[in-house]
Design a protein around this ligand. Structure first.
Ligand SMILES: [Zn+2]
Ligand SMILES: [Zn+2]
Length: 420
C-alpha cells in the first residue's frame, strides 16, 4: 500500500507531462482570446454547496462524493466538479456588482468515487468555463464557438455538436405532466432506476441508457417540441447564431438535464473515437443555479471538458504533442579545477536564460558525453586544466559534430546569439 497510489489516481510523470503542459498552454491562449479570466478555488468546499449546486438527486451527490468531517466536525467535500465552487465565489465576492457578463475559466482537479476505467479516474482534471449575467443566446453561441476553436486548435477532428433546449421551469412543468401521462402505462417496462425516478424526476428517464427504457421513450413526447415561446425564441437564436458562424450541429432531443436550475440550451460535443458514450464536452445554461445557491436570480452558462478524455481522443486520432526540446548546453569537466569553473559558468548561463547542465555524478568524460546526448543537449563544451589555463575550449554542435575553438569568456554571448 505504501508504495502504491490510491485506486483511481494517476501520477503524471515527466515523460508524459508535456502533453498536459501543451493543453494547458492552449487553454490559456483560448480563454484569453475569448475574454475569460482564470479563477482558482479551494479543492474542498462545504458539502452543502454540492448538495445544492450539483443537486442531491444526482449520482454524483448520492454515490460519488469524497465527503468527510474535519476536525471541527464540519462536513467537507472534495469538489466533484467545478461549477458549484465558481457560483459560490461569484456570490461571495459580489461579482454581480461588476460589469456583466462575468466570464471565468478554471483548470482543476476534481474527485469522484467512480468505477475506474480507461480515461476515467477518481482524481481527474477538468477545464471549464462559466459565464454569468448574460441571458440571451449570443453568449451560448460564443461558448460553443469557443469549444469549436479549442478542438480545431488542438487538431481534433471527427467531433460533432449536438444541441437541445430543455426549456424553463414554466414549460417543463407542463411537459412533465404530459410525460407522466405517457409513461404511466409503461412503468413495467422501465428499469429499476427509472421507476424510482418516475415520481421525482421523470425527465431523466429520457436520458436512460438501458435498452428497455430507450424502447419506451422513443415515442415519448419530446420536451423540445413542448417548450414555451420565450424558450423557443432563445433556441432559434442559438441555431441562427451557429449558422451565422458556420458551425454545424444536430438537434438531439435526448440530451436532457435532470435538475430544475438547468434551462434552455444544452449541448454536447461527441467523438466516435472513445467508445460508447463518447462525450468529450458537455455544457449548457443554468439560469436557476445562482439563485438555488443563495444569490440573486442571475442567468449563467458553462461547459466542462475532461482532460484525460481529451488526451485519449487526441491520441486515438494520432495527434502529436509537441515535446519540449532538450537543453542548450552541457558542460563536461575533467578534474576539480574544471568542475569549480563549470559550476560558476552554468550558474551564469542559467541566469542569462539558457538551460545548462553539468555532471553531478562523478562520471567519466565518456559517460558525461553519453549523458549529454540523453539530455538532448544542443551544444557541449569540455573543460580541463588546460582549457581553463588558456581560456580556450571547443564548443561542439552535438547535432553536426562540428567543433569550434572559442574564447571561454565568449560562451554566453555565442550561445545567446545562436538560434538554438
Ligand atoms: Zn420555457
Ligand atoms: Zn431506465
Amino acid at each position: 500500500m505504501l508504495t502504491k497510489s490510491p485506486r483511481g489516481t494517476k501520477d503524471i510523470l515527466p515523460s508524459e507531462v508535456y502533453k498536459w503542459q501543451y493543453i494547458e498552454k492552449k487553454i490559456a491562449e483560448l480563454c484569453n482570446n475569448f475574454g475569460y479570466s482564470e479563477i482558482r478555488l479551494p479543492v474542498f468546499e462545504h458539502t452543502e454547496l454540492f448538495q445544492r449546486g450539483v443537486g442531491d438527486t444526482t449520482d454524483i451527490v448520492q454515490k460519488e462524493m469524497y465527503t468527510f468531517l474535519d476536525k471541527s466536525e464540519r462536513s467537507i467535500t472534495l469538489r466533484p466538479e467545478g461549477t458549484a465552487g465558481v457560483v459560490r465565489s461569484y456570490i461571495e465576492n459580489g461579482m454581480a456588482s461588476l460589469p456583466q457578463p462575468i466570464k471565468l475559466f478554471y483548470n482543476i482537479t476534481a474527485y469522484r468515487y467512480e468505477k475506474v476505467q480507461k480515461g476515467r479516474y477518481r482524481e481527474f482534471h477538468q477545464f471549464g468555463i462559466e459565464a454569468f449575467g448574460a441571458a440571451g443566446p449570443t453568449i451560448d453561441v460564443e461558448i460553443i464557438s469557443m469549444i469549436n476553436t479549442f478542438f480545431s486548435e488542438l487538431g481534433i477532428g471527427d467531433v460533432s455538436l449536438n444541441i437541445n433546449s430543455i426549456g424553463c421551469p414554466k414549460c417543463r412543468a407542463e411537459y412533465n405532466d404530459k410525460l407522466i401521462k405517457y409513461l404511466t402505462p409503461n412503468l413495467n417496462s422501465l428499469c429499476h432506476t427509472c421507476n424510482s425516478r418516475f415520481e421525482r424526476n421523470p425527465l431523466r428517464i429520457i436520458d436512460c441508457k438501458e435498452e428497455t427504457c430507450k424502447k419506451v421513450t422513443v415515442d415519448a413526447p419530446s420536451l423540445t417540441d413542448n417548450i414555451c415561446e420565450e424558450c423557443s425564441i432563445h433556441f432559434d437564436g442559438l441555431k441562427d447564431g451557429l449558422a451565422n458562424l458556420g458551425i454545424s450541429y444536430k438537434v438531439d432531443k435526448n440530451i436532457v438535464r435532470g435538475l430544475d436550475y438547468y434551462t434552455k440550451t444544452v449541448f454536447e460535443f461527441v467523438s466516435d473515437n472513445i467508445g460508447a458514450q463518447g462525450t468529450v464536452c458537455g455544457g449548457g445554461r443554468y439560469d436557476g443555479l445562482i439563485e438555488a445557491c443563495g444569490g440573486a436570480p442571475t442567468p449563467g452558462i458553462g461547459f466542462a471538458i475532461g482532460i484525460e478524455r481529451l488526451i485519449l481522443v487526441m491520441e486515438s486520432q494520432g495527434i502529436e504533442f509537441p515535446k519540449s526540446e532538450g537543453i542548450d548546453i552541457f558542460v563536461a569537466t575533467i578534474g576539480k579545477k574544471a568542475e569549480k569553473y563549470a559550476q560558476k559558468l552554468i550558474y551564469k548561463l542559467r541566469k542569462e536564460g539558457l538551460s545548462a547542465q553539468m555532471d553531478l555524478m562523478d562520471r567519466s568524460l565518456k559517460a558525461q558525453m553519453k549523458y549529454a546526448n540523453k539530455l538532448g543537449a544542443c551544444y557541449s563544451i569540455v573543460l580541463g586544466d588546460n582549457e581553463i589555463d588558456t581560456n580556450k575550449a571547443f564548443l561542439k554542435n552535438m547535432d553536426s559534430g562540428e567543433q569550434k575553438e572559442i574564447n571561454l569568456d565568449t560562451v554566453i554571448d555565442r550561445l545567446k546569439n545562436i538560434d538554438i
